[in-house]
Design a binder for this molecule. Structure first.
Ligand code: SF4
Ligand code: SF4
Length: 82
């Protein structure tokens, strides 16, 4: 069964993806955490200047660059480079 999410990238392909997160914009709504199919995102332990716990990238090696996080974020916190 194909498990690559339909983007053509193999599950075991080396990651050529860079995810930039602008944590100062983040309002900690959690939409990106729910949307990420790879469990790459979590809230940080420290607040940003707005008083929210910003999302940060964990499990970076699992990121497939699908950009679902960027798609759902209402505060334009993500830039995805492939
Ligand atoms: S690009 Fe896709 S896999 Fe990577 S952090 Fe965003 S939602 Fe998760
Ligand atoms: S969707 Fe955007 S604003 Fe919401 S938690 Fe994720 S990065 Fe923060």
């Amino acid at each position: 069964m194909k498990t690559d999410g339909g983007d053509g990238a193999g599950r075991d392909a080396p990651s050529m993806v860079k995810v930039e997160i602008y944590g100062e914009r983040c309002k900690s709504c959690g939409l990106c955490i729910i949307a990420c199919p790879q469990d790459c995102l979590e809230r940080a332990n420290e607040i940003n200047s707005q008083g929210f716990f910003p999302v940060c990238l964990v499990n970076e090696e699992k990121c497939r660059g699908c950009a679902l996080c960027a798609l759902v974020c209402p505060d334009v916190c993500f830039e995805i480079y492939k």
